[in-house]
Ligand binder design. Structure first.
Ligand code: G3I
Length: 376
């Protein structure tokens, strides 16, 4: 097997102590502080050397190898990426990410076997003719997808089996053409989990959603609790709640916001864990709203907010791995999806747009150091 020069440099680099290679990080990497948990990040695919949040970007690769022992594909394992047509799978980009993880001894989690909303399914799915026996055809389509993807990546130890199936406004379940064919959203979601358990018997099966601790999340939290209660009532194999943790600052007073928000949030987490669900922080980042444009002020406020949040979350022994939704501001989804009204670039991640560590990285490190190690 030929190893190209970049690979050789990478391999040589991998032999150095992480701290010797780190881009300014004052410790041996965030994953080294996580006390029995893994720490990781979402990662994208790109052509070699592209200016993307990808393992193929040497500057981003360095952040991943400094701080992460766990990765999740930001987009490449979704239906929209894997399924160009009803009778086709395209695994090229997902395989490339899995290959990088394997070569660097980094674990992977999977996102997501079913993002149960029409706009996040492939366009062909919403137009698909499920024929004269739609329930059977729909079940076959979903079963084939889950089995094929789980079996291709047996190394994946935790799957977001279903993502964001609960409408935040009223807690109801979204419908898709697939669920209308199968019969109901509930039957569709249950089938996804039952199929995943059979296809990936050793994997942690996760329901992943973005309900959060900020104001105006009570309906979303209630809908998720109702779904989790139903899983237990119906005996559906769901092991954990994926708490995406796309936080939104409520102003500069992080401690004040935490005092206001922590009680309801702990009530929610207590209810989830009382049903014997584990917790995973799957997509941590911070939307720096209600803050002036000044970068130093925003960085301080977002760091304090993340620290307050993680201190609550790390109180729960049920909390397992922690992932951020991207390591550096330069590639965050937020600027495209929810830009600041003042036009200032968002600052949601542990590293800035020049790959330098920010106060948020230090806040994460401090929270991890202060937390009780996770029980074995
Ligand atoms: O790859 C195509 C490219 O070929 C095409 O030219 C371009 C323009 O259409 O689109 C590219 O795909 C985009 C993809 O990101 C990769 O950049 C999609 O349009 C775009 O919708 C997609 O956005 C992603 C979004 O999920 C929807 O899948 C974001 O990057 C990603 O950060 C975001 O992540 C979600 C989690 O999966 C679930 N939780 C919320 C989180 C944030 O929304």
């Amino acid at each position: 097997m030929l190893i190209d020069r970049r690979e050789l440099i990478g391999l040589a680099g991998a032999l150095l102590p992480l701290s010797a290679r780190a881009s300014g990080s004052p410790d041996a990497g965030l994953h080294g502080l996580a006390g029995g948990r893994k720490f990781g990040s979402a990662v994208a695919w790109s052509e070699a050397g592209a200016d993307r949040g990808s393992f193929a970007n040497p500057r981003y690769d360095r952040l991943l190898r400094t701080d992460c022992n766990l990765l999740v594909a930001e987009n490449e394992m979704k239906w929209q990426a894997l399924r160009p047509a009803p009778d086709r799978f395209d695994f090229a980009r997902a395989d490339a990410i899995a290959g990088w993880a394997y070569r660097h001894g980094v674990a992977m989690r999977g996102h997501t076997l079913l993002w149960h909303q029409p706009k996040w399914m492939p366009a062909w799915e919403e137009r698909f003719d499920f024929g004269t026996r739609p329930a059977s055809r729909g079940a076959a389509m979903l079963t084939q997808h889950v089995e094929t993807v789980c079996r291709r990546y047996p190394q994946i130890e935790s799957w977001d089996v279903v993502n964001e199936a609960v409408a935040p406004d009223d807690g109801s379940l979204y419908a898709t053409a697939l669920s209308r064919a199968i019969g109901s959203a509930e039957e569709t979601i249950d089938l996804a989990f039952r199929t995943a358990r059979a296809a990936a018997p050793g994997a942690q099966l996760v329901y992943n959603d973005y309900m959060s601790w900020e104001p105006r999340n009570a309906g979303h939290r209630g809908g998720v609790l109702k779904l989790l209660e139903g899983f237990r009532r119906r005996g559906v194999p769901v092991d954990a709640l994926g708490v995406q943790s796309h936080l939104v600052t409520q102003g500069a007073d992080a401690a004040g916001a935490a005092r206001t928000q922590a009680r309801d949030w702990r009530d929610f987490l207590d209810a989830v864990t009382a049903m014997d669900y584990a917790l995973v922080i799957t997509e941590l980042d911070v939307r720096d709203d209600h803050l002036p444009a000044d970068p130093a002020l925003r960085d301080r406020a977002t760091a304090d907010y993340v620290r307050a949040y993680l201190d609550v979350m790390l109180d729960y022994r049920q909390l397992g791995d922690i992932l951020v939704w991207g390591m550096c501001d330069r590639y965050s989804w937020l600027d495209g999806f929810m830009p600041r009204r003042d036009g200032a670039k968002r600052r949601p991640c542990p590293y800035d747009a020049d790959f330098q560590p920010k106060p948020m990285r230090a806040a994460i490190a401090d929270a991890l150091r202060s937390a009780a190690p996770r029980p074995a």
